[in-house]
Design a protein around this ligand. Structure first.
Ligand code: AMP
Length: 217
């Protein structure tokens, strides 16, 4: 299956992409991860991307589409994939449609995770990470045993720079402006399946699987 996963920041998109890709045995392809790999390799493309991400902007559509559609041509994506974080604009969706059309393939379904803004702000502003072992906690929903210390490796927990309330609100505004029109674009093509992103990882992934079972029928 060829699936697109859309959702606002903090809706659990990355986590759900990994769960669903495992269930479907397809690669989860994240535009953010592809960009981070370029940046950490220090390529010219990575430097260009970083100028946009540092400014809190989206990377231009043509460039983003070229990077992602290039990845889709790799052999592991030949029989299906799950796109996470791309497309994010109508322009990107049009470029994706064009690129897939050349190979005679189409997107089967678009799963759109939804969560009220207040809950997103609460989730992201309370999120703390352990840079040493990658553990994520929440100051209210899953607090560490010792404040500001990782339960696993006892290292200090940190807050991501873009998890402050001001930045979260800016990211939500960008989502409303650039990505909400994309939901309407996919709805007009009968491809959109809204999924409630509230609850546990398991509850949300069960909802996504039920939505996809309806597509497969
Ligand atoms: P993410 O990890 O998905 O939040 O992506 C990190 C950053 O990469 C974003 O803030 C954007 O600057 C850039 N980015 C990722 N995906 C896209 C996309 N589909 N279109 C434009 N920019 C993107």
């Amino acid at each position: 299956m060829r699936i697109v996963l859309i959702g606002p920041p903090g809706a659990g998109k990355g986590t759900q992409a990994r769960v669903l890709a495992g269930l479907l045995s397809v690669p989860a392809i994240s535009s953010g991860d592809l960009f981070r790999a370029e940046t950490s390799r220090g390529t010219a493309l990575g430097e260009l991307v970083q100028r946009h991400t540092d400014a809190g902007e989206l990377v231009p559509d043509e460039l983003t589409a070229a990077v992602v559609t290039g990845r889709l041509r790799e052999p592991d994506a030949a029989d299906g994939f799950l796109l996470d974080g791309f497309p994010r604009t109508v322009g990107q969706a049009e470029l994706l449609e064009e690129a897939l059309g050349k190979d005679g393939t189409v997107i089967d379904a678009v799963l759109a995770l939804g969560l009220p803004d207040e809950e997103i702000v609460q989730r992201l502003t309370g999120r703390r990470l352990c840079p040493a072992c990658g553990t994520t906690v929440h100051t209210v929903f899953s607090p560490p045993r010792v404040p500001d210390r990782c339960d696993g490796c006892v290292g200090p927990l940190v807050r991501r720079a873009d998890d402050t309330e001001e930045t979260v609100l800016r990211r939500l505004a960008l989502y409303a402006e650039q990505t909400v029109p994309l939901l309407r674009w996919y709805a007009a093509r009968d491809l959109l399946f809204p999924v409630d992103a509230a609850g546990t990882v398991r509850e949300v992934s069960d909802r996504m699987s039920s939505a996809l079972a309806a597509v497969a029928r």
